[in-house]
Design a protein around this ligand. Structure first.
Ligand SMILES: [Zn+2]
Length: 334
């Protein structure tokens, strides 16, 4: 179950924060999602029912399913739980907004662009990102830049072989005029994109650039790719305290998502750090059976204590073995 996995990662990062003396982050993160409330899906009326953002568990071969409906989050930038919730919520909001944008611009087509530079030192990440952002903002104003609107996200991956290096890159969804593919004046081939980004970012080498047209009708499928984690949870899971310190300092107050052109005012709240991380807008409709779980460090899982006549009679655990077998989770009585 993703929440358990993220909670374990968060605990690990919290102890690294402790190690480097970032006590406030450490404390906040170890409290993150310590309490979690779930409700039976049967009674859940999802805000965005086409996107299964809050899916928690399926009881084996039955209709019963529980959803996360309440938890308190730490909102530390590199918290794996908060990053996960944020990206899911941004994705849900983007998917909700997308049909309205397509209705407003029915003749536009979409491109998915990935812009990279060579690996840079982690200690220079901030400067690099600020520089690239500036280059990008100038670039989109060039006459030869074909898009009318864009939404861009920053992703940073770590170098596996050298802990001092990282790889910042941008994923960009571009909205181009409907005749872009037939317009010889405007159409850019892949080498054209490389050349153009090389000039815009003032690089002295050919950067790796991936450009693909999003198939009509498949636009929604690109959203998770665009709005995924800022730093991969797998990378964070392996991070050293020194890398964490650098990542934290270097990414402080750097925006993950930017929008511009015709899309400037679209995709409302996508990229907002203050976004509600559950998306339980229909709280009043939750009338199903509710379960309150508390994170138990010793069990490395969420546990609900069961009482009868105020006496503890057992506890309900989210079953780890099922997690290992990679099937959906169900509850088991200890
Ligand atoms: Zn958190």
């Amino acid at each position: 179950m993703e929440l358990i996995e993220r909670k374990l990662q968060a605990d690990k990062i919290a102890s690294l924060y402790q190690e480097i003396g970032y006590d406030s982050y450490a404390n906040r993160m170890s409290e993150c999602a310590r309490f979690a409330r779930f409700v039976e899906k049967t009674f859940w009326v999802p805000e965005y029912d086409y996107y299964d953002q809050n899916k928690l568990i399926d009881v084996h071969e039955s209709e019963l399913e529980y959803r996360l409906t309440d938890a308190i989050f730490c909102r530390v930038r590199l918290c794996p739980i908060c990053q996960w919730r944020k990206s899911k919520r941004w994705q849900a909001l983007a998917l909700k907004n997308l049909p309205f944008i397509q209705e407003e611009y029915p003749h536009h087509r979409w491109l998915f662009l990935t812009l990279t530079i060579k690996n840079c030192r982690l200690s220079r990440l901030r400067n690099q990102v600020i520089r690239l952002n500036k280059s990008f903002l100038k670039w989109v104003k060039w006459k030869s830049f074909p898009a009318d609107g864009w939404i861009k996200s920053l992703e940073v991956t770590l170098d596996e072989s050298d802990p001092t290096l990282c790889h910042p890159h941008f994923h960009v969804l571009l909205m181009v005029p409907g005749d872009y593919f037939d317009n010889k004046e405007e159409y850019l081939t892949q080498p054209d994109w490389v050349d153009s980004w090389r000039k815009a970012a003032k690089l002295n080498y050919d950067p790796v650039v991936d450009i693909r047209a999003v198939k009509q009708g498949k636009e929604a499928q690109i959203i998770p790719e665009l709005l995924k984690y800022g730093v991969k949870p797998d990378d964070l899971a392996e991070v050293t305290s020194q890398q964490l310190k650098l990542l934290t300092n270097q990414l402080h107050r750097i925006h993950a998502i930017n929008k511009g052109g015709l899309l400037r005012g679209c995709f409302k709240d996508v990229g907002s750090d203050n976004i509600d991380l559950i998306g339980s807008g229909n709280e009043g409709m939750l009338t199903g059976y509710q379960l309150y779980f508390v994170w138990q460090q010793s069990h490395k899982s969420y546990i609900e204590n069961l009482y009868k006549d105020q006496e503890l009679i057992g506890s309900l655990t989210i079953n780890q073995n099922v997690l290992d077998s990679n099937t959906e989770l169900f509850y088991s009585l200890d």
